[in-house]
Structures are given as C-alpha cells and as structure tokens.
Design a protein around this ligand. Sequence first.
Ligand code: ATP
Ligand code: MG
Length: 401
Amino acid sequence: MKYDRILIRYGELSTKGKNRKKFVDKLRNSIADALSSFSGIKIDGQRDRMYVVLNGNEADAVVHSLKNIFGIQSFSPAIKVERDLEVLKDAALELVTSIYKDGNTFKVSARRSDKTFSLDTNELNHFFGSHILKNIPGIKVDVKNPDITLQVEVRSEAVYLSSENFAGAGGLPTGASGKAVLMLSGGLDSPVAGYLSMKRGLELEGVHFFSPPFTSERAKQKVVDIGNVLASMNGRFVLHIVPFTEIQQLIHKQIPENYTMTATRRLMLRITDEIRRRQEALAIITGESVGQVASQTLESMYAINAVTSTPIIRPLVTSDKGDIVDIAKQIGTYDISIRPYEDCCTVFVPASPKTKPKKEKVEFYESFVDFEPMIKEAVDKVETIILTGKQENNSLMDSLF
Ligand code: ATP
Ligand code: MG
C-alpha cells in the first residue's frame, strides 16, 4: 500500500485565533523550502491541518525532511479515500495487510469530524475491525497496547487512513513571531539560545564580533559552521561579522582595566542594536545565563543593558550548564563549540574583571572617548554572509549597509 500524502497536525498554532492564516502561510513556506528538492509535491494548507501530496514521491524520504520543521506537532503518512464504505474497507484491509507481521495485534481508532457521515465512531471502529479480523488470519484485537493502530478520519471531503504518528519539532513556524538578532559567539550557549528562539517562531540574523589578528580565521570559521547548523533548521541564516579590533584596542587604552569587560560588552550591545535597527528587527537574543561568568552577574547585566531599551531576550537565563550542553548535543552544535579557538571576549579578558560594576562609573570612563564614529565605522564595515546550511552555497553580501 503506497501512501499518497502526509497529514500534518499543527498543535499550538491552531489555537491562535485570527493570526492563524499567517501561521499557516509561514508553515507552508517552511515546508516548501524543506521539500524543494522533491519534484511534483503539492502542499494543501487548511485551517486546522495541512496535507503534503506526494505525487509519487516516497513517503519515507519526505517524513525524514519534515522532522525538524518548527510548527509541526505531529504528522502521519496517509491515504485519501472516497467516502464509500465498500471502497474504504478494501483500502483499510490493504493498509493493515501491508504492515502486518505474524502475531501482531491491532485496534481501530476512528474519528468523525463530519457528523453527517452514516456511521458514528463506535460503528466505524466495529465496521473496520470486523472486516480486518475476518480477512487476516491470526490477527487479534488489543485496545490497550496494539502493534498496529488503524486511524480512520472521516472529513467532509474524504476519509483519511493512516497507521503511524511521527512527532514533529514543535514550536511555532519560522518567522511567525517576527525578527530578532542573535549575538552569536563560538561558545556553547548562544547557539542553543538561537535554536530555542527559532523554535518559538523567531526569524534570526546573527551578529558576531571578530578581532583579527587576535582572534584567528578558525575562530570565525567556528561561527560560520554554527550558523550553518542554524541555517539547516530553516533553510537560511544571515550572519553579520563585525570587525571589532580597533574598538577593543581603544577600550584597553582608555578604560581602567577592571572596567574593560563591562565597556566592551556595552559597545558590543550598542553595535548589535544598530545592526538590529538597520535590519528592522525588534529584539536582541543572547546566550547569557545568570551567574555563569563575571559579565553575567545581575550587576553586570544592569550596567551593560543600560545602553539600550531594546528588548533583550535571554532564553537560557535560568538554565543550568548541563541542560544547555544536552541541547547543544541534540542540535549538533556541541562538537563545533568545543573546538579550542578563542573569540574576542576571551582574548581580551582582563585579569580581574569587575563582577559588580557600577553603571555610573562605566559611563564616566566612557565619557572621555567619542565611540559613536567608531560604532558607525564598524557597522559600515560589517561582512554579511548568507548561510544555507550547505557550505558550498554560502554567498557573501558586501553591500548590505
Ligand atoms: P557563549 O557560550 O554563548 O559564548 P558564554 O558563556 O561564553 O556564552 P559570555 O562570553 O559572557 O558567556 O557571552 C555572553 C553572551 O554574549 C553570549 O552568549 C553571546 O550572546 C554574546 N557574545 C559573547 N561573545 C560574542 C561574540 N564574539 N560575538 C557576538 N556575541 C557574543
Ligand atoms: Mg563565550
């Protein structure tokens, strides 16, 4: 029995009232992107579910490509059958026969969303159950823990038969919640923060600070590789690489050493905020987690955060490191993040950074330098790379700003 479509259930997004059309459109786009290498596939998006019509493509290959798409709660390979009981009972028997192995048990799980259909749920279960029992020698019913569950769903246009449910990636479709910029280091935390934000429907662009020759090309490559992992989750990831050497050198010349870390973070945030503004995004995402390092005490966060009123979303703020590591392993960024090359924050880290910096003090120290033209210059010199998840297709955009 060959499945002719995949039935996709939305879960959370189907509860979103009048925004639903937008959610369905975004999900359809994500699915179309993920399945672009298959020819002839048709996507039929409805209010409460979606069908991927296979048009001869193998269900297994398509199932594989649907597993990582945000906004899908679960999905099932299915067969569409006309609402004729004779045709239906043959199709159901053929489906169960094709997956039946000696000794298997089964049950029928019918749903009738069209109440005008001639049989109700119980009658449907009985109708299909008895036909299968009669025609497959040795098969038995087990309603508690069956090997095979024949799902029968009666709708107004047709009946859908399926036997397997796959878990989707959950969350909301990419872009359904708007756009944000992600401060992306080569470390463990920020890629995980990015993944969790994408899962909630945010479209992300990455911002990475790079200080050659103090940080190496291999440190930059780490971030590009992480960006490609994020791109593979939704087809594309735009990465802005900010040249940061001159600003870092100036900070180290002008700011007392124990305040350099605080001032550096404040400038990173100001530059990120300017890129955010130019890219028309509405929030900044970071991988900060309270108490992890000197820059992540509440006092530090307060002094650093003071440079902007833009919402800063910290998905990991209360997460333990072990939990973050688990997610990094699961999404495939862990092995890249643990490569030993240092980023700009590690290279310039002072011997004893202030763990309780005062906002007034850092503002006072910064007041002797006009950073504004340097911020503008850094943003103007940003190198923007569009990552596609496949290294060879990455393209450089140098005239974005
Ligand atoms: P991560 O594991 O994400 O590197 P961390 O535990 O090393 O985080 P910090 O170095 O204090 O912590 O960085 C805190 C956050 O600041 C990072 O999660 C990231 O969002 C941002 N950040 C740090 N370094 C950079 C960088 N070079 N470019 C862009 N953002 C950065
Ligand atoms: Mg780091």
